[in-house]
Design a protein around this ligand. Structure first.
Ligand code: GLY
Ligand code: MN
Ligand code: MN
Length: 464
């Protein structure tokens, strides 16, 4: 956690941006795994953490925009709780640590919210994404669960996204610490990979590193010889000679900030020429995007730098023909890389995605999204100093997608479908690093490089 003045300043800025009403920010509660007392690993809501700091279940924060009154709601632990959990701070202690003047038991929350509603004041809230929070918010606000989304506060949503996107120096330092965990995870994966081992064994080592140095993984580890399956959480394969292993994994630091990296490497430690050719195109796209990244550019320009480099490389291999512009216009880039180049990173591995374009449509507020120009709508995202985002190009050979393109007659004369047959079982390659936009350009997060060149990767794989 940061010092109280940081959280106080963030809440003051949020108040300034919202102007009127009350802001309700619920924290997450424990979520049962298979029975009530056996819960999933607790993860706090990132917006709550950003404004109220604590990664403790069952808290809520309210900010009265007009009066400036701030309240932390929660219940003090009883002796019965303490028997199981050990001594715990009081809610008053929690409030002091983040500069909040008022603390109240949770039972008061409904009373206070209902009073605000009865006075005709707007209650600003973000669309809840967890079942438990949806039910709690529905009760508190007297809004049907299915209607909560429709009545979310666009003002709050844009204000939070714009504030969270622009990382302060303390957050950048925290992200640098999270990088170190990612470094340990990925170099452990490389060192421990060898023919005959199971993907499970290596995934376990990767996840163990996240726990050893932080609170655990920042998302479910993707580690598979089927890199063409983008979010492949199946680890049941045994490492085969000649295959590539894709590892997309990140760690969360004790400070809550996260890393997100991908490396793809040969199981036997040596790329074939065919693998090397594709790998080096992905690496060139990664480097081109990193070189292009600078303040005030649109996300789409950043992304184009990678896509254009990918197409150039595929043309050199005669997998794509004609001009880069024609290939992109025809959808060839999507055939080989059916995902975006990047996403925000911060307290969430896809920062602000709970309030972003991938959670719902921005069509009804398109003009506002353009004006806000922040990470939640990538089409209108203008990158600025302090923005942290991933750089994750890939080339994937997805047999079903190739067949679909072919059957629909897409990219005829542009994609060399005959040659593509030679790559049907290739799998997929992705490379991912985390970037920060600076005042003058950009830099990769981290004091060192997780091996990425063919030579550096080959020198590490299997060298336990
Ligand atoms: N962790 C999934 C991604 O790279 O976005
Ligand atoms: Mn990733
Ligand atoms: Mn990512």
């Amino acid at each position: 956690m940061f010092t109280a003045d940081i959280y106080s300043a963030r809440r003051a800025e949020l108040r300034r941006r919202i102007g009127k009403g009350i802001i309700l920010l619920p924290g997450n509660v424990e979520s049962p795994f298979n029975y009530p007392n056996n819960t999933f690993h607790f993860r706090q809501d990132s917006t709550f953490m950003y404004f109220f700091g604590h990664s403790v279940p069952a808290l809520a924060g309210v900010i009265d925009v007009e009066s400036g009154e701030e309240t932390l709601y929660g219940d003090d632990f009883t002796v019965e709780d303490i028997i199981w959990m050990g001594p715990q701070p009081t809610i008053r202690n929690f409030a002091d640590e983040v500069g909040v003047a008022q603390s109240k038991p949770m039972a008061k929350l409904q009373e206070d919210v209902r009073r605000a509603i009865s006075l005709g004041r707007e209650v600003h809230y973000l669309p809840p994404y967890r079942g438990e929070t949806i039910l709690m918010m529905s009760d508190l606000l007297g809004i049907q669960p299915s209607m909560l989304h429709a009545r979310k506060s666009w003002d709050l949503l844009f204000a939070v996204a714009q504030m969270c996107e622009c990382k302060g120096a303390e957050e950048i330092a925290a992200l640098e610490e999270a990088f170190e965990i990612g470094y340990q995870m990925h170099t452990a994966a490389m060192r421990n990979t060898r023919v005959g081992r199971t993907e499970h064994e290596v995934a376990g080592i990767v996840d163990g590193m996240a726990l050893r140095y932080g609170t655990g993984v920042s998302f479910t580890t993707i580690l598979s010889q089927h890199g063409e399956v983008l979010h492949n959480h199946d680890h049941s394969g045994t490492m085969q000679d000649g295959r590539l292993l894709l590892c997309d994994a990140g760690g969360e630091h004790l400070n809550g900030y996260v890393s997100d990296h991908t490396r793809t490497f040969p199981v036997n430690g040596k790329f074939t020429q065919k693998q090397k050719d594709i790998y080096n195109i992905v690496l060139a796209a990664h480097d081109a995007a990193a070189a292009a990244l600078r303040p005030n550019m649109m996300y789409t320009e950043y992304s184009d730098a990678a896509f254009r480099t990918l197409i150039e490389g595929l043309k050199a291999l005669d997998l794509v023909r004609g001009s880069v512009d024609d290939a992109i216009a025809a959808g060839a880039a999507y055939l080989f890389m059916p995902h975006g180049l990047g996403h925000g990173i911060g307290l969430d591995v896809h920062d602000c995605e709970n309030i972003g374009e991938r959670s719902f449509s921005f069509a009804e507020v398109e003009e506002r999204a353009k004006e806000a120009a922040c990470c939640i709508t990538r089409a209108w995202w203008r990158l600025q100093p302090g923005t942290v985002l991933s750089n994750e190009p890939g080339i994937y050979f997805v047999p079903d997608l190739i067949d679909k393109y072919k059957a629909e007659g897409k990219c005829q004369g542009i994609v060399n479908y005959d040659k593509l047959e030679e790559y049907r079982d290739f799998g997929g390659i992705r490379l991912e690093d985390d970037m920060i936009v600076t005042e003058t350009g950009s830099k990769q997060i981290g004091s060192k490089q997780i091996p990425i060149t063919v030579e550096d990767v080959e020198a590490m794989v299997g060298q336990e």
